[in-house]
Design a protein around this ligand. Sequence first.
Ligand code: G
Ligand code: G
Ligand code: MN
Length: 254
Amino acid sequence: LLQQEELGNALDADRFVLHYQPKIDLNSERILGVEAFLRWQHPERGLVPAQQFINLAEESGLIVRLGEMALRQACIQIQALERAGFGELRISVNLSSRQVTDPNFLDMFRRVVTETGVKPEQLELELPSDLLNEEPDVVHPLMTALHDIGVYLILDNFGAGNCSLSAMQRLPLHAVKIDQVFIRDIPYNATATDVTAAVIALAHKLHLAVIAEGVETPQQLSFLRANGCAQGQGNLFSYPLDEDALIGFLVRQQ
Ligand code: G
Ligand code: G
Ligand code: MN
């Protein structure tokens, strides 16, 4: 089992990298940006996906350091891509509740944005839906401050967690990301298609953009297009890629 001490040592030794999954405009099929996923380069286990250590990082509190490192790396990467001539892409960074409710989160965020010089408009934050169940007196001012900095706020895994619709419509969000459990069963499962269509309609009523994740088939893509979902990502377009493979993907797109 992965241990807290091992995770701490790996942080000290700089063993973490980001992989990037392209986010696509579903109508033009052009790339809009990338979502960053943390990976642990483990000497014995190879490349370990975030799913296998994010909980440990949260429970131990190491997520605060790990999260700052990931944010900084993402900001640096998006500017490197722009300098390399790939135009203005956006980058999405995943956050966990433990990280965001840390009293120093906002100061850390402002510091990383300033130090790296990233344009806030290019930065997207993916907030877990359970964040909306945290103390409103903490979450509301925090999200308002992030919104005012100019970053794009996405509610991640929408429909899969438990998130209050009343909280959702009061908070300064820009977009919701429909969880892949719904996308996976399109078009054969009537519940999945109905729920997806309803979520897209609900989001649009609330003036929110919609992103579909886990898009794997052309049928799913057609369904999403027909129902007005403008953005998506998934293995149909690309797996999460390391930096070099991402550059290859971007070159092929040009
Ligand atoms: O592809 P992967 O197994 O890494 O993703 C699993 C989960 O880990 C996803 O829910 C994703 O949001 C989360 N995750 C990936 N990268 C990060 C990160 O940098 N920070 C946080 N807090 N979560 C991440
Ligand atoms: O929780 P979050 O939505 O941030 O994480 C998305 C997870 O889904 C990551 O583990 C990512 O690697 C994975 N993923 C991305 N695209 C696909 C896909 O098309 N199919 C499947 N099954 N998983 C995907
Ligand atoms: Mn995400």
